[in-house]
Design a protein around this ligand. Structure first.
Ligand code: NDP
Length: 461
């Protein structure tokens, strides 16, 4: 296990970050994502000077296109609201832009640029022909009626539809965008375009969706964790696991951990978190799925239903999130970015955490990553560990082109193969550049080289 730090600072990295920060000021999440990737690449640029000559890094951090638009909509009381819609079409060197839409009041250009930038490398790692993009709005569906969500989605798609297409840009879901929102947006797209195409993934199985797409990110993350453990001759069997969030990724992460013999002790939402020492088994998970997906309730209701469990309100702040202080063997952050800070990582390693696999995007801050590296934690970074969702989205695109639907078993087989391929690709890239056992460097390097080579081969565009 390598002990090199996550974001080794160097004159090269600092100079490049000054350039990025000057060109894109006030975008802290985007800077954080770029710094992490660039910190892995100095050694690659030394070995391959053509990347510098072609100014690949400077071109990579500049999105090919950013679309920003007004989204007006009316609530149930007849009041008019105005939100902001975005699509960041970051890089299409290896395929059509592909990446989710996030609807949450924290969405801004910095957040979407970080997500779109990460998506370039993640999509490259899958080995499938998909470029990187991301979009969304500062609208939160939480607390809104179905009709309000429908009116918002229709207004959002009325503008977005002119920029996307099955061979151009293929959005999917993310925070705040699940089956309901995908349905309303696809309906509006189809109505305006008068075409039934695979332009949006995450569709229901009855109208062109792939079986296993809802499960794919969570399942894939646990498959990745299992690969990291297998490389050490171990399994998830009997491991106590911490999961954060209680949405799509958290739910299917929990389901797969249970299937592989682990025990999930925690879940959370923005209001607080629950601790169930007995484990969140299949029956309790079914309650969570109904609560969150159908009744749109709060995780506090779990402790009312299962009184042996305890609910704690969200605290935040510099003392960290107490969820990460629960003693456990493995952690699966599955809520949002920067949810594991340095202080949380310290609590996790004090409790001898062995493995962290990231279902959420960039859930660990740079100092948190450094603590995991120093303590030899098996650390699966988001762009590798949570790539299963976009991989099955790409398989949904293939099925749409073929006008066929593959069986659940077939999709699962592909998903396992992709996650193993990503794992092995990370290990190989890390070893090739002297960072054995470091999945951060491995994922950044393996994701980068394919995109960089493709950009050079396609000329200066
Ligand atoms: P969901 O909207 O289904 O669930 C998100 C969960 O995280 C909810 O429990 C939500 O709580 C909680 N959450 C969101 N924001 C915050 C916040 N600021 N503070 C505390 N809790 C928060 O989203 P997903 O499960 O789809 O996405 C979760 C993460 O996984 C994101 O980082 C996303 O980018 C990433 N991801 C998702 C993929 C997918 O296929 N869906 C693919 C790859 C990555 P509440 O209900 O209270 O809002």
């Amino acid at each position: 296990m390598a002990t090199d730090t996550a974001h080794a600072s160097s004159a090269f990295v600092d100079d490049f970050m000054s350039y990025v920060e000057e060109r894109s000021p006030h975008q802290p999440e985007f800077h954080q994502a770029v710094r992490e990737v660039v910190s892995s690449l100095e050694v690659v640029l030394e070995a391959r000077p053509e990347y510098r000559r072609h100014r690949i890094l400077e071109r990579l951090v500049e999105p090919e296109r950013v679309i920003q638009f007004r989204v007006p909509w009316m609530d149930d009381d007849g009041d008019v609201h105005v939100n902001r819609g975005y699509r960041v079409e970051f890089n299409s060197a290896i395929g059509p832009y592909k990446g989710g839409l996030r609807f949450h009041n924290s969405v801004n250009l910095s957040v979407l640029k970080f997500l779109g930038f990460e998506q370039i490398f993640k999509n490259s790692l899958t080995g499938l022909p998909i470029g990187g993009g991301k979009g969304g709005s500062d609208f939160s569906p939480s607390g809104r009626s179905d009709m309000e969500v429908m009116r918002f989605c229709q207004s959002f798609m009325t503008e977005l539809q002119r920029h996307i297409g099955a061979d151009t840009d293929v959005p999917a879901g993310d925070i705040g965008v699940g089956g309901r929102e995908i349905g309303y947006m696809f309906g509006q797209y189809r109505r305006i375009q008068n075409k039934f195409t695979g332009t949006i993934t995450g569709r229901a199985a009855d109208w062109g969706g792939s079986l296993l797409r809802p499960e794919a990110t969570g399942y894939g993350c646990v498959y990745f964790a299992a690969e990291m453990l297998a490389a050490k001759g171990r399994t998830l069997e009997g491991m106590n696991c911490l999961v954060s969030g209680s949405g799509n990724v958290a739910q299917y992460t929990t389901e797969k951990i249970n299937e592989l013999g682990g025990k999930v002790l925690t879940l959370s939402d923005s209001g607080g978190w629950i601790h169930d020492e007995n484990g969140i088994d299949a029956e309790k998970l079914a309650f969570v799925m109904d609560l969150k997906n159908n009744r749109r309730g709060r995780i506090s209701e779990y402790a009312e239903k299962f009184p042996n469990a305890k609910w704690y309100p969200a605290t935040g702040g510099s003392e960290g999130n107490p969820l990460w202080s629960v003693p456990a063997d493995a952690a699966f952050p599955s809520a949002t970015q920067n949810e594991i800070m340095g202080v949380d990582a310290t609590h996790l390693v004090e409790n001898k955490i062995q493995l962290v696999a990231e279902g959420a995007n960039m859930p660990t801050t740079a100092d948190g990553q450094a603590i995991f590296m120093e303590h030899g934690v098996l650390y699966g970074p988001a762009k590798a560990a949570n790539a299963g969702g976009v991989a099955v989205s790409a398989l949904e695109m293939s099925q749409a082109s073929q006008r066929l639907q593959w069986s659940r078993e077939e999709v699962d087989k592909h998903l396992k193969r992709v996650m193993k391929g990503i794992h092995d690709g990370c290990v190989h890239a890390a070893e090739s550049f002297g960072h054995e056992g470091n999945y951060i460097h491995g994922s950044n390097i393996a994701g980068f080289t394919k995109v960089a080579d493709s950009m050079i081969q396609q000329g200066l565009i």
